[in-house]
Ligand binder design. Sequence first.
Ligand code: SAM
Length: 208
Amino acid sequence: MKRSRTSKSWMNEHVKDSYVKQAHSDGYRSRAAYKLIEANKKFKLLTKNMVVVDLGSSPGSWSQATVNIIGSQGKIFALDILEMEPIKNVNFVQGDFREENVLNHLENKLGDLKVDLVISDMAPNISGIKTKDQAGIIHLNELALDFSRNWMKPNGNLLVKSFVGEQYEEFIESARKVFTKVVTFKPKASRDRSSEIFIVGQKMKIME
Ligand SMILES: C[S@@+](CC[C@H](N)C(=O)[O-])C[C@H]1O[C@@H](n2cnc3c(N)ncnc32)[C@H](O)[C@@H]1O
């Protein structure tokens, strides 16, 4: 089949992209690693021995970058609908985070552990129908926030990918009820044409 101009130009952009080249030479599975690395530089999210939950983890570059910092005494639980090639010291759950039984599976793995940091790069498959895609990501954002509320240690942090659009401001308002400070962040590694934005919830409040 003849390739469309859009897919050709995406491929050209991808091949020339310096983050793609860097990921290749640093051994990361995806250029997405640099979004987390940049967020970590700015907000000091990761430290040694932390307990981290990585939602929407495949192919695994955020998990790789996290393990490099938290070390073998830290704990990381990663989850994705898709398979993920194993990473040493990463405990992986495969399933849809929207499903109760998948959440239960993750919760059983956590057991008595409370979480220092939740990172979520989850995004629904883009259908092109803006309202549907927007509703899809906000739903995932709300689930990540709920999970944080239930499983995070006081003073823990959340990094979550969203899209600016309908219900985005409302989501930020909900996050403000849970975290002492909520800011937004567009990493350099995020493509200009992408409407993705990251929300950082800092210092979870002590919840009743
Ligand atoms: C941008 S990728 C994540 C890249 C990853 N952070 C990395 O560094 O390799 C988004 C991931 O979210 C996952 N995802 C989307 N919806 C999900 C859901 N409902 N439950 C679990 N994973 C989901 C997708 O399968 C996809 O692998």
